[in-house]
Design a protein around this ligand. Sequence first.
Ligand code: CMP
Length: 135
Amino acid sequence: MAKEKTLCLIKPDAVKANHIGEIIAILESQHFSILKMKLMKMNLNLAEKFYNVHKGKPFFDELVKFMTSGEIVALVLERENPIGKLREIVGNTDSNLAEDGTIRNKFGTDKGQNAIHASDAQETANYEISVIFGK
Ligand code: CMP
């Protein structure tokens, strides 16, 4: 199976709580290689572009406000089946419903403050990587 790429964001709640290292250790233990990584703060324009697919949804303003509230860590990750595997170890969007042992179960609080973002499809991953890291 060929190696592919996905995008992961460690969100402001997890960065503020000093969980960057623990989350990266989990990713590396699951054989994700880090191809690119940066600590950064999203501005409003970037957050709106990144989450463009959710524009108009009731939670959009809250989501953008949260994602611009502090530093995040953006990572381009590579392995076989990266999207499926990452979403498996990230867990349910709502941290309260995330399965035991998943990243959101360990480090998230609720549906909004859920510690981590993972791309949901290859096309989305390609879009999100280009928004954060450029073409
Ligand atoms: P993420 O993987 O970053 O992708 C979109 C985000 O929208 C999702 O994680 C959640 O944090 C957020 N989200 C989805 N549904 C809701 C909701 N009902 N209320 C608040 N935030 C939500």
